[in-house]
Design a protein around this ligand. Structure first.
Ligand SMILES: [Zn+2]
Length: 278
């Protein structure tokens, strides 16, 4: 009897699971929460984070974050269009904000809502370094990695079993908070899986290259991330985005491929890498 219930619950989950295709990998991914439900939640939470934070505007470094973000967004759109995924970004409402806070972190919520903390700028070191981080974070959002974590959470919490498939707004919000960790809880964000990290690294390299930033700098950035983690308590950016030698080697190996991809989009040379002194 119990076994039978499990079967019924599982097939109900399967019935209501919508699977979206990840345009970057061609893989089918779990998307229990549709963008139409996820994005409004993300946008509201993003605005809440901004209202509770020291958002910096009108400075050279805030303008730089916007500039890099816009270029990465354009690169994403160009890449998707060129690969037959027109309309993929229709519901995106890109926004780029710099928060004056020593936290070493940056993130992109579903729908293209980006935050950089000033604390990560010394590690980014240059606009190209910012582009590497931005490309990686945007890649997580484009590939719906967070959405997959949320979907897994619903199943784990039994929210998606028979009789309870209609996910309530407050359940969406709770799962969202848990898996994106917004507001004061940004630092509580759970780590992405290793395969998601590798995927975001590759997509991020392409995006930064197409945006005109030299992909060879990405591995250098993660070397600095690793060095920064130093002792026993790494900054959160590093614990949710574990940096290790194999990742750095992987980025180095993929850079020539990203440079070739950039050429397809008319990028034959990259912006010079010069350290900023914000
Ligand atoms: Zn990541």
């Amino acid at each position: 009897m119990k076994f039978k219930n499990v079967i019924i619950a599982c097939s109900t989950i399967a019935l209501f699971l919508s699977c979206a295709t990840n345009p970057f990998t061609g893989k089918s991914t779990m998307a229990l929460v549709p963008n139409s439900q996820l994005f409004p939640t993300a946008f509201a939470q993003y605005n809440q984070v901004l209202s509770e934070s020291n958002v910096e505007t009108g400075t050279a470094r805030a303008d730089m974050i916007t500039r890099v973000g816009q270029r990465i967004a354009v690169a994403a759109e160009r890449w998707l269009n060129a690969n037959g995924h027109q309309g993929y970004l229709t519901d995106y409402k890109w926004e780029y904000n710099l928060i004056d806070d020593p936290t070493v972190n940056a993130w992109c919520m579903p729908g293209g809502k980006i935050v950089f903390y000033t604390g990560i700028l010394p590690i980014a070191q240059s606009e190209t370094g910012v582009a590497a981080i931005m490309g990686h974070e945007v890649a997580h959002a484009l590939a719906n990695h967070g959405q997959q974590r949320m979907s897994a959470a619903y199943i784990q919490q039994g929210l998606a079993v028979a009789g309870n498939v209609a996910i309530q707004d407050d359940q969406t919000r709770d799962a969202f908070n848990q898996y994106y960790g917004v507001g004061s809880n940004v630092l509580g964000m759970l780590p992405f899986s290793r395969s998601h990290e590798t995927e975001a690294d590759k997509i991020g390299l392409y995006l930064m290259g197409i945006a005109g930033y030299n992909p060879t700098e990405a591995s250098n950035l993660w070397v600095r991330m690793k060095a920064n983690s130093g002792g026993e308590a790494p900054p959160e950016m590093l614990s949710t985005h574990p940096s290790n030698d194999s990742r750095i080697a992987n980025l180095k190996a993929l850079a020539p491929q990203a440079i070739e991809e950039s050429k397809k989009f008319g990028v034959s040379s990259f912006r010079p890498i010069s350290n900023f002194n914000y």
